[in-house]
Design a protein around this ligand. Structure first.
Ligand SMILES: Cc1cc2nc3c(=O)[nH]c(=O)nc-3n(C[C@H](O)[C@H](O)[C@H](O)COP(=O)(O)OP(=O)(O)OC[C@H]3O[C@@H](n4cnc5c(N)ncnc54)[C@H](O)[C@@H]3O)c2cc1C
Length: 406
């Protein structure tokens, strides 16, 4: 059996290794257009590679995929984060779980992951052909073979074809040519541009647990750490919101009204009570000098105080009840105008890809074109930040590789 895999990324390598392990007599070849393989692994996690996420309940784990959560439940049950961790550690790459449950190599270097994948492929006899851009793919109806034409004009044939081309537009076109529907690709996991110079002057400030909501879309809200940047807002809460809202925000050209609750554990009424109590205890103090809430850094507090039109010199004694209400409202629901996507930070993935309805997730085989398999980001699957995207690549690559020779 001749198995060709298009794409030398995380999914392609995992599929190739598992194909060769499961079907040792087959010839397994990775075709990669770039001079180097595993380029995204190299830059991932700020060069540390966030390999997976330490969430060992497949159902809970699957909730981290805005696209694909239902379809992935089976694959994540069969090859979950524990399997990923065992896979790498049994091959000499110990992993560690950080306090937020992200999993990294103990080395803190993505190169150890690359060396492991490459070494394993090599020792099994997987052929890795770099600088081999695939130009077109078709299936010969008579022979049942896939005909893979390279840009150089050379044509290769194979019995089984695994498409692991990531978010490449060409990869989607190959899937389309073989009868698949593509959910239109749009960016996911991005930050927000908010052109408010007073806010962006606070760049570097963070709060541990903010609640964000896109005004007018009830379902689009997220909680988590929030970071103020020199272009607007970032941090896990923003990235998660961008992932769940990827399509909506694309449709609005990334224009939205964002409502920020800086203290989501307290209601507006609680806030009014707490502010009044603080006012009574600190009558002679200027409002802007100290934040009444330990979660709110003083510079952020001053930003909110200024928004409430309280002058720097004003003491708590001078603040009427109405203004206390305004402060509570600002803490509970600051309105920010998002005008664009921010530049991406650590991670970036694509929402959209091969429609999941046409793939059998027990084998990763196409239901449209027998002998064609899919793995990784080429599918309409994407996770939030935290190691979920690689986990998709490992799980679907492993299943495709386990089934491809059957
Ligand atoms: C900066 C950055 C950081 C990230 N960090 C993390 C992280 O820490 N944790 C995490 O879980 N996820 C992370 N991600 C997401 C993760 O990298 C991807 O989800 C994952 O790499 C997808 O793997 P893949 O194999 O499906 O696709 P890819 O890694 O994109 O691989 C596809 C391969 O196919 C090749 N290819 C495409 N078209 C052709 C063609 N016509 N001919 C030949 N070859 C072709 C490409 O060159 C590429 O090498 C990050 C992404 C980015 C951009």
């Amino acid at each position: 059996m001749n198995i060709l895999i298009l794409g030398g990324g995380a999914a392609g390598f995992f599929a190739a290794i598992q194909s060769k392990r499961t079907f040792p007599k087959s010839t397994v070849t990775i075709l990669e257009k770039s001079p180097t393989v595993l380029a995204k692994v190299k830059v991932s996690g700020g060069g540390r590679c966030n390999v997976t996420h330490a969430c060992f309940d497949p159902r809970l784990l699957s909730e981290n995929y805005p696209r694909g959560s239902k379809a992935l439940l089976g694959p994540l049950t069969r090859f979950g984060p524990q399997d990923t961790m065992d896979w790498f550690s049994s091959r000499g790459v110990p992993l560690k779980i950080e306090s937020d449950n992200r999993v990294f190599p103990v080395s803190d270097s993505s190169q150890t992951i690359i060396d492991c994948l490459f070494g394993e492929a090599e020792s099994l006899g997987v052929r890795v052909w770099t600088e081999c851009p695939v130009e077109s793919v078709r299936k010969d109806d008579t022979s049942g073979q896939f005909m893979i034409q390279l840009k150089s004009g050379v044509e290769h044939s194979c019995d089984r074809f695994i498409l692991a081309s990531g978010s490449s537009r060409q990869g989607y076109a190959f899937a389309e040519a073989l009868g698949h529907r593509i959910e239109p690709p749009v960016p996911s996991l991005f930050t927000f541009t908010i052109p408010d110079p007073v806010l962006t002057a606070l760049s570097g400030l963070s709060v541990q647990n903010a609640h964000l909501r896109i005004a007018g879309v009830k379902s689009l809200s997220q909680k988590g750490p929030l970071l103020i940047t020199h272009w607007g807002l970032s941090g896990p809460a923003v990235l998660k919101l961008s992932a769940w809202g990827a399509r909506h925000l694309y449709d609005t050209s990334y224009k939205a009204t964002l409502l920020v609750n800086w203290l989501p554990e307290l209601t507006e009424e609680d806030l009014i009570d707490d502010l009044k109590a603080y006012q009574t205890a600190h009558m002679k103090k200027a409002v802007f000098t100290k934040s009444p809430f330990p979660e709110i850094p003083v510079r952020l507090w001053r930003y909110l105080v200024a928004k409430a039109c309280i002058a720097d010199a004003q003491t708590w004694k001078e603040i009427p009840v109405k203004i206390v209400g305004t402060l509570a409202r600002l803490l509970n629901q600051s309105t920010m105008i998002v005008t664009a996507k921010g530049p991406f930070k650590e991670e970036f993935v694509t929402c959209g890809g091969v429609s999941l309805k046409e793939v059998n997730f027990k084998t990763m085989e196409s239901t449209r074109c027998p002998g064609l398999y899919f793995a990784g980001e080429v599918l309409d699957v994407d996770g939030v930040t935290g190691g979920f995207n690689f986990q998709n690549a490992w799980a679907t690559g492993w299943i495709a590789g386990s089934s491809v020779g059957g």
